[in-house]
Design a protein around this ligand. Structure first.
Ligand code: ZN
Ligand code: ZN
Length: 356
């Protein structure tokens, strides 16, 4: 499903809405799946780009940010890409799992282009009434925010679900945008040893800069070798916590052999169906007294806390290095191909770039 450029008229602005002049959006793993038509429920054609940053070009009526402050034209804004979460359904109210609300929609993924400017690979984005908006903290460059991007917000949720305790040893599987941020956040959450499994080499180097003590190349090692590495590092016990951000069914099988008895495993990377994992439940879950937690989507709180983390730590944690190259609108198919081939940790999109 190649990306095509289209022109749209400027939308009418409802009271309570904002027209954002896009500064940056990003290409994430989900966009590659959407490009190939591998994600269910995508109402093509769409304007991709779910996490973005921009400047308020037009504000209609009184619009308040999530901190209650009034939004003005000229503000540098970021917004939570999930909108229309209903607040009334079983998921929203009874089970308190709003990321499973069936009414929720996501900018750049489940919003059709026939409905308007609901995606970041566009020079303007329509923030409809009710979208959770925040001002980008003054000290945080927009390039840094978008380089953390959706991976950082997902990682905040995953590390929450991991419930890291001071002094834990944490294994992160995957050194994409989610895994890299999970490494940094596990460290900030109090892990005293963080191990990253991933590839290619440049991402492993970045994982070390993000806070990994050990970064293991999964293309150079087999599962037996990696088991030995974990065993050596943990005195034969296994890691306290593993976080999956690899999107691989084999990674799940492997992690269960690497987590210690009574440890915890968070699965955050299977956003699309990677097929079944084959697990000996007796040996690896029941007898090990293991805790396994899924992690689906994110909530406004993860987005807001991601902003606080960036504000406090962006000079020490190299989130900016994740967004290695910026592409213009005419280069998006190339950006997707580069993302898929893992030629860079993350491609950024500047829709106003004149590069062709
Ligand atoms: Zn994403
Ligand atoms: Zn709901």
């Amino acid at each position: 499903m190649p990306v095509e450029l289209r022109e749209f008229p400027e939308p009418p602005l409802e009271p309570g809405s904002v027209l954002l002049r896009t500064l940056y959006s990003e290409v994430c793993g989900t966009d590659v799946h959407v490009w190939h038509g591998r994600l269910a429920g995508v109402p093509y054609p769409i304007i991709p780009g779910h996490v973005s940053v921009g400047v308020a070009a037009k504000v209609r009526g009184e619009v308040r940010a999530v901190d209650g402050a009034r939004v003005s034209e000229g503000d540098r804004l970021v917004f939570f890409d999930v909108h229309r979460t209903c607040g009334r359904c079983r998921a929203c109210t009874v089970t308190r799992t709003p990321t499973r609300c069936e009414a929720r929609r996501v900018y750049g993924i489940t919003d059709s282009a026939t409905e308007g400017l609901f995606g970041g690979w566009s020079q303007a984005i329509y923030l409809e009434p009710g979208v959770a908006i925040a001002r980008l903290p003054e000290s945080v460059p927009p390039e840094t925010y978008i380089s953390g991007g959706c991976g950082l917000i997902t990682a905040v949720h995953a590390v929450d679900r991991a419930a890291v305790t001071l002094g834990d040893t944490v294994l992160v599987q995957g050194t994409g945008a989610v895994g890299l941020s999970a490494v940094a956040l596990a460290r900030l959450a109090g892990a005293t040893r963080v191990i990253a499994f991933g590839a290619p080499v440049d991402r492993l180097d970045l994982a070390r800069r993000m806070g990994a003590d050990t970064a293991v190349d999964v293309q150079d090692t087999d599962a037996a070798r990696r088991h030995q590495i974990i065993s050596d590092l943990t005195g034969g016990l296994g890691v306290d916590i593993a976080i999956e951000a690899a999107g691989s069914a084999r990674a799940v099988e492997e992690a269960l052999t690497l987590v210690r008895d009574g440890g915890r495993y968070v699965i955050a990377g299977h956003y699309t169906d990677a097929g079944p994992s084959s697990i000996n439940v007796h040996q690896l879950i029941n007898r090990k007294h293991l805790e396994i937690r899924g992690c689906w989507g994110s909530e406004v709180g993860h987005f807001v806390r991601a902003l606080r983390l960036l504000e406090r730590h962006h000079t020490a944690v190299p989130w900016r290095a994740i967004g290695a190259r910026t592409y213009g609108l005419a280069e998006l198919n190339e950006a997707l191909a580069d993302a898929e081939a893992m030629r860079l940790p993350k491609a950024l999109v500047d829709p106003h770039s004149t590069r062709v």
